[in-house]
Each structure stands twice: as C-alpha cells, then as structure tokens.
Write a protein that binds this ligand. Structure first.
Ligand SMILES: [Zn+2]
Length: 253
C-alpha cells in the first residue's frame, strides 16, 4: 500500500528562545564521520554493530519519487508539540535540540515521544532528485524503542525567526551544551500543513538500524542564507548518501 499523508498540528503560544547558559561535558564524539576513513562507505567496518550500514536492504535516506505516491491513503500524523525548554548539544556529528518536556506525535493514534531534533547539511532525502540545502530530523520513539522520524526539508528564503534564537545558541564545539532559558515553541518549526511521504527505512547514522518509520514532509521550511551559512560553519556535508532500495519505495513493508 502506498501512502500520501496529511498532517494536523496543534498550535502553541509563540515564544522564542532567549538567553543561554553553557555547560560542558566530558563526552567524546563516536568515531564515525562523513569523510576519509570514517566516511559512510566505511561505517560497517568500524564496528560489528554497524553491519546494517552495509548489509541492510531498507536503508535511508532515499530519493523519494513523488509520482509513485497515492494522494489519499487516509493515514494521519498528528503533532502534539508545545513550547518546551530544550538542551542544545553539539554531538560531534550535528547539533541536536533535546526537549526537556514531553512532546509527541501520534501515528494512527499511536504515540511516539519526541526525543531530539537535529540537522543535516545538505539534506539527506531527495524528492525527484531535488537536493535541499538542509534537512531537519525530529526523532521520536515509543516505550518499546520503535522509532519514527519526521523529516523536514529546509530551503533558502527569509530569515526563520522561529529558529533564529536557537541558531544564536548553536554550540560550536563537540560535547558543548547550551541551554536557552526560555521555552522553544516546537510546533512553529513545522511547515504549513501538507503532504507527508511515508516509508519504512533506517537510521541514517550508525548503527543504521532498520524498521524506522519515516515521514518526510513535502513542504520545506525556510532559513536565510546567513542562517544556513552559520550552520555550515559547524557542520558541512553531514549527510549520508542516497541508499538504493529494492522493491519497497513508499510501500508498506
Ligand atoms: Zn538525521
């Protein structure tokens, strides 16, 4: 069965993220990367637990071919996001925002809690070959560890005021944390209502675990050129290449 999903979003009070405090931890980034000897083509060689990165059959990201997508499957993805304090961390692979209060999505009424939001530059997924400048991943899981990721493309445009405050707090060094004092209204990071492409794939980072439910939103959000440049100063090319798929593009597996 093929899917083409509509989504509903709850709205919250518009708030921005303001002042920050900074703490450091002694964490070290894991030893995989995007270039040289730790590049994606070598991930499976770095650890036995990364074997799916080479041997998986339902790997992400993919090039989504919109022409194969049905237009009304009736499946729903509902967002239950609200203004929340977030911990921003530079994890050595990207910058990640971890909400400190419960936010979740419901897929057909089944809840998955939002664990973290992070960014890739350029985008990992493509739509009909189009590569967006960036992609935001909102990673959710249920109590059994099943993962649902909402992917949102980022296009160049006017300054994104909803993300600007986070952007001013981007932790520059691996293992660095920054903590905005004000709550961030996560629902305002979403694009306008629109289509969502669904497929079953994998994590796009080691261990490349499969069984990940992907909901990639068709409509992008926008960041200004300078906002994109600001992220690029921290991470550039932190995207896994497109993965080949056998038979299951946008199919219910
Ligand atoms: Zn990601």
């Amino acid at each position: 069965m093929k899917y083409f999903l509509m989504f509903l979003a709850t709205s919250g009070l518009l708030q921005s993220c303001g002042q920050i405090t900074t703490t450091n931890t002694n964490q070290h980034p894991e030893d995989w990367g995007y270039q040289g000897e730790t590049a994606p083509e070598h991930w499976a060689e770095l650890s036995q637990s990364f074997f799916k990165c080479a041997e998986g059959h339902f790997q992400s990201p993919i090039d989504i071919e919109s022409y194969v997508v049905d237009t009304d499957s009736g499946k729903s993805l509902k967002f239950y996001y609200h203004p929340s304090p977030v911990d921003l961390v530079n994890n050595g692979h990207t910058v990640q925002a971890v909400p400190e209060e419960e936010n979740y999505v419901e897929v057909e009424g089944y809840p998955y809690r939002l664990q973290q939001i992070h960014f890739h530059e350029p985008a990992e997924h493509r739509v009909d070959g189009i590569i967006y400048p960036m992609e935001m991943h909102m990673v959710h899981s249920d109590s059994a560890g099943n993962i649902t990721v909402v992917g949102i493309f980022i296009k160049e445009g006017p300054e994104n005021t909803d993300l600007q405050a986070l952007w001013e707090s981007l932790p520059e060094h691996p293992a660095e944390h920054k903590h905005p004092n004000e709550r961030c209204d996560i629902v305002h990071l979403l694009p306008e209502d629109g289509a969502v492409f669904h497929y079953t794939g994998s994590l796009t980072t080691p261990p490349c675990s499969e069984g990940v439910e992907w909901f990639v939103m068709e409509k992008p959000i926008r960041l200004s050129k300078s906002q994109i440049e600001r992220f690029k100063k921290l991470y550039h090319g932190n995207n896994r290449p497109i993965q080949k798929r056998g038979d299951s593009l946008l199919s219910n597996t």
